[in-house]
Write a protein that binds this ligand. Structure first.
Ligand code: PLP
Length: 416
C-alpha cells in the first residue's frame, strides 16, 4: 500500500537538496561555529550564509535573524523577552503563544484575546478597537508597553490574517507587533517591512527543512531579554552551541522557498503548464475539495466564506487560505473513526493541531470560530505539500468518499 501523506501542516518531509546541504556538517565540517580555528570557521561561514538566505525570505537584514530550536522557542522568546504589560492576541493562536500568554497573565500581564470570525479571520479594525480603548482609558495603571501578537496563518484552518493592515495599525499606535508565521513562512510571500512586523517566529520543519531549528526575526532597535543564559551566542539573545547542520538545512529550505515564491510572481498561468509550486498545490487541494463536495452531502470547508454544506462554486468557499490547507467538517462522521480508517487505507491526515492530537481535547481553533464541541468532533484537516501529485490527491478524495460512506452506513444505515 502506498502512503499518501496529507499532514504537511504538522510537519513536512526534508527536501533532498536540504539533506544534501546538511550532510557535510555532520561529517567533515563538524567544528563548533563559535571556534576560531579553521574547522569552526567553515561552520561559521555556513551559518552566516544561511542567515542571509533566511533574511531574504522575509525581507529582513541578516543581523535581525536569531536562530532558535523552532517555532515554540521563538514564540516564547518573543512574548517573554520584550518588556510589556499588555498583550493583544487571538483566541485561536497556537498553544506556543496561548500557553505563554497564560504564564504571563500569572505574572501580572494583562492579555486581551480577540475572537476570530466564523471564517477564521481577525480584522485590523478589531485590533484597533482594543488599542483605542486602552489609549482612551482613564485609568492608566493597567497599561504600559503593549505587544500585539497575531498569527500570520492559522495552523488548523490555513486562514491568512490581514497582517499588513494589522501591522499598519500597530505602527499607528506605536506598539510592538509579533506574528507567529510558522505556518506561513516559505508558503506565501512575507516582508517584515511592507507588513510592519517587529518580531516574527518561524520553523524549518514546516517548509522542507529539518525539525528542531527555526528563527526569530527581531527588528533592529527592539530591545529583548534572552530566555536562555549561557555562552552568549547569537549576540547574547540565544545562548547554546549553534546547531550548524540544522541551520544550514533551514538556510537551504529558505533558498528553495525564495526561488519557488519568485516563480509564483512570474508564472504566466496554470494553463501554460508553467506554475509555481504554491499554485500547483492550491489547485490540487481545490480539486480534492471539489470532488468531495460534489460527491458527498453534508460536507463544508472550515475557515471559508460560505459555511453551508455543498457551496455552489470554489469562489464561494475560498477565503484567504494557505495553498495546502483543507479543513473539512463531515456531518455524522466522528473524525477519530475516519482518521483511523483513512490511516488503514494509507492516508495520513489529522484531526487538529499535531500538539493536540492524541488528546481528548476539543480543538480550541474550531470552537473559536463558533463550532460546538460535537461539530468540532466531525472535522478533519488535510494538508497538501510538495511530495503530493494530482493523482495522489484524486485517489485520496476517492478513499475519503468511500470511507465516509462506510462510516455513515455503519452509524445509521444512511446511504448516499
Ligand atoms: N506556531 C504554529 C502556528 C505552529 O503551527 C506550530 C507547530 O505546529 C508552532 C508554532 C510550533 O512550532 P515548532 O514545532 O517548531 O515548535
Amino acid at each position: 500500500m502506498t502512503r499518501i501523506y496529507l499532514d504537511h501542516a504538522a510537519t513536512t518531509p526534508v527536501r533532498p537538496e536540504v539533506l544534501a546541504a546538511m550532510m557535510p556538517y555532520f561529517t567533515e565540517e563538524y567544528g563548533n561555529a563559535s571556534a576560531l580555528h579553521s574547522a569552526g570557521q567553515a561552520g561559521r561561514e555556513a551559518v552566516e550564509a544561511a542567515r542571509t538566505n533566511v533574511a531574504a525570505l522575509i525581507g529582513a537584514e541578516p543581523e535581525e535573524i536569531y536562530f532558535t530550536s523552532g517555532g515554540t522557542e521563538s514564540d516564547n522568546q518573543a512574548l517573554r523577552g520584550v518588556d510589556c504589560r499588555t498583550i493583544i492576541t487571538t483566541a485561536f493562536e497556537h498553544k506556543a503563544v496561548l500557553n505563554t500568554c497564560a504564564f504571563l497573565e500569572k505574572q501580572g500581564v494583562s492579555v486581551h484575546y480577540l475572537q476570530p470570525s466564523c471564517e477564521g479571520i481577525v480584522t485590523a479594525e478589531a485590533v484597533e478597537n482594543v488599542l483605542a480603548e486602552i489609549r482612551d482609558r482613564a485609568d492608566k495603571s493597567e497599561t504600559g508597553p503593549i505587544l500585539v501578537s497575531i498569527m500570520t496563518a492559522n495552523n488548523e484552518l490555513g486562514t491568512i490574517q490581514p497582517i499588513a493592515e494589522i501591522g499598519a495599525v500597530c505602527r499607528k499606535y506605536g506598539v510592538l507587533f509579533h506574528t507567529d508565521a510558522v505556518q506561513a513562512v516559505g508558503h506565501i510571500p512575507m516582508n517584515v517591512n511592507a507588513m510592519n512586523i517587529d518580531l516574527l517566529s518561524a520553523s524549518a520543519h514546516k517548509f522542507g527543512g529539518p525539525k528542531g531549528v527555526g528563527f526569530l526575526y527581531v527588528r533592529k532597535g527592539v530591545s529583548m531579554d534572552p530566555l536562555l543564559l549561557g555562552g552568549g551566542q547569537e549576540h547574547g539573545l540565544r545562548s547554546g552551541t549553534l546547531n550548524t547542520p540544522g541551520i544550514v538545512g533551514l538556510g537551504k529550505a529558505a533558498e528553495i522557498a525564495v526561488r519557488e515564491l519568485a516563480a509564483g510572481d512570474t508564472a504566466p498561468s496554470v494553463a501554460d503548464g508553467d506554475v509555481s509550486e504554491s499554485t500547483r498545490i492550491t489547485s490540487m487541494r481545490d480539486l480534492f475539495e471539489q470532488r468531495i463536495l460534489a460527491e458527498l452531502s453534508g460536507v463544508s470547508v472550515n475557515g471559508s466564506r460560505n459555511q453551508s454544506a455543498n457551496a455552489a462554486s470554489m469562489e464561494e468557499i475560498r477565503a484567504p487560505r494557505l495553498p495546502g490547507h483543507s479543513n473539512l467538517r463531515i456531518r455524522d462522521v466522528e473524525s477519530e473513526s475516519l482518521l483511523i480508517l483513512l490511516d488503514m487505507k494509507g492516508i495520513c491526515a489529522s484531526g487538529g493541531s499535531a500538539c493536540a492530537a492524541g488528546t481528548e481535547e476539543v480543538s480550541h481553533v474550531l470552537t473559536a470560530i463558533g463550532l460546538t464541541d460535537d461539530e468540532a468532533s466531525e472535522c478533519v484537516r488535510f494538508t497538501f505539500g510538495s511530495g503530493v501529485s494530482d493523482e495522489d490527491a484524486d485517489r485520496a478524495a476517492e478513499i475519503v468518499i468511500d470511507s465516509v460512506r462506510t462510516l455513515r452506513k455503519l452509524r445509521s444505515g444512511i446511504t448516499e
